[in-house]
Design a protein around this ligand. Structure first.
Ligand SMILES: Nc1ncnc2c1ncn2[C@@H]1O[C@H](COP(=O)(O)OP(=O)(O)O)[C@@H](O)[C@H]1O
Ligand SMILES: Nc1ncnc2c1ncn2[C@H]1C[C@H](O)[C@@H](COP(=O)(O)O)O1
Length: 227
């Protein structure tokens, strides 16, 4: 029997999902501190394709997806091997279900490349040996608040990307989460919590506990974010 911390198993995997700029990395850090878990971040600095990708989606979409798949797979393997509890910044499921799909549908990834990527993803991830998160925390918010955060954070490649891209991404996230069924989902709204406030963090922890210890598959912390 695993040791329990905050009534959350000490080897639990809690994964954060949500569109770019919504606050995943920030909440990952706060939640990991609160639970005394390890944190696992998506690295932007040092990504060899990301800047080229934002300059030319058609040329680099396939390369970038292969890179992210390899990185997240290695990250997942490393987390499983430690046997520790982790809070993870972004799920592997968003890569295929949102980003790759979007670039394929927008004509920036050929059918041949998308099929190759998709079958690699299925073989690596959609099997019983690949560990699923205990809970996926989905962070949601008003589109304009998220755009503001992207601007405030100040990554040029994102700021210089047309607004239509972010609208498309935002819409795809809303659709994707409605069909996500890999693990239980805790739905948060950025206008309703403050991850620097201990009582907000306590509510989030309680939500995670509820999903782990009951057979509920979905919980919205605030009525405004009910699906
Ligand atoms: N709870 C919050 N309140 C105010 N600003 C926030 C909050 N969470 C994140 N931010 C800010 O929003 C921006 C994007 O946050 P970040 O965690 O990097 O998002 P993501 O990892 O989802 O891309 C950053 O500038 C961050 O400081
Ligand atoms: N799978 C992906 N395809 C394209 N772009 C991606 C993918 N995963 C992450 N990204 C981009 C989006 C952002 O510009 C950075 C970091 O994401 P963030 O949501 O800010 O953590 O990587």
């Amino acid at each position: 029997m695993n040791q329990i911390k905050n009534n959350i198993p000490s080897n639990a995997l809690i994964t954060l999902a949500g569109t770019v700029g919504v606050g995943k990395s920030t909440l990952t850090q706060q939640l990991a501190n609160r639970l005394q878990f390890e944190s696992s971040f998506e690295k932007v600095d040092g990504n060899p394709y990301l800047e080229d990708y934002y300059n030319d989606f058609k040329a680099w979409s396939f390369h970038l997806q292969i890179y992210f798949l390899a990185e997240r797979f290695k990250q997942q393997k490393q987390m499983s091997e430690t046997g520790l509890g982790y809070v993870q910044d972004r799920s592997i499921y968003e890569d295929v279900g949102i980003f790759a799909q979007m670039q394929y549908e927008n004509g920036n990834m050929s059918e041949r490349d998308f099929n190759t990527y998709h079958s690699l993803f299925e073989a690596m991830v959609m099997n019983p040996y690949f560990p699923k998160p205990n809970v996926l925390i989905y962070i949601d918010g008003q589109f304009e608040s998220i755009m503001q955060r992207i601007h405030d954070r100040g990554r040029d490649m994102e700021i210089n990307t047309p607004r239509a891209f972010w609208e498309d991404l935002y819409q795809r996230y809303s659709n994707w989460i409605r069909h996500f069924n890999v693990c239980p989902v805790l739905h948060l709204d950025i206008d309703e919590y403050d991850c620097y406030d201990p009582s907000s963090l306590n509510e989030i922890v309680e939500g995670v506990e509820t999903l782990i210890h009951t057979d509920q598959n979905y919980l919205a912390l605030h009525s405004s974010s009910v699906k």
